[in-house]
Design a protein around this ligand. Structure first.
Ligand code: NI
Length: 146
């Protein structure tokens, strides 16, 4: 590989054994590849600690559509925060449960608030915010749920 700097890492044998076990389960072909991913994850997580950082990511929620008023509450909330919601997809999981995925962008603090507000709605069974990357703030709005 061009343009890489090689570093030596000292690990005690037990730690290395555990590490090798985990990375082989995950399907890594080399330690270098696994370490690169760990470093990237660690740097990304650090970005997620700064609430002023402009980020993009996804909110995944599961809810019970039978709960009175839940559809309207979710729609009203999302329309109020549409500047942060790039797009949304709804999947009917079974007779009672729906999954909705929102692609979101904005200051991390605002995205956390949006996710917490969704979690607080009665009938929302799970809601998880995952950050993907720092964002430029120029994501295109291709549509929001009506
Ligand atoms: Ni549904």
């Amino acid at each position: 590989m061009d343009g890489v700097t090689r570093i030596g890492v000292s690990l005690d044998p037990e730690l290395l054994k555990d590490f090798d076990k985990v990375i082989s389960k995950k399907g890594y072909v080399s330690r270098s590849e696994a370490i690169r991913d760990l470093v990237r994850d660690s740097l990304a997580e650090n970005e997620w600690k700064n609430d002023r950082e402009h980020m993009c990511g996804v909110i995944v929620m599961i809810y019970d559509h039978n709960v009175t008023g839940i559809g309207e509450k979710l729609t009203t909330l999302q329309h109020g925060k549409m500047q942060h919601i790039n797009t949304s997809t709804h999947v009917h999981l079974d007779h009672d449960k729906c999954m909705e995925v929102l692609i979101v962008e904005g200051e991390l603090g605002a995205l956390k608030t949006l996710s917490n507000d969704i979690s607080a709605i009665k009938g929302v069974l799970r809601c998880k915010l995952t950050m993907a990357s720092q964002a430029t703030g120029h994501m295109h709005h291709v549509g929001v749920r009506s």
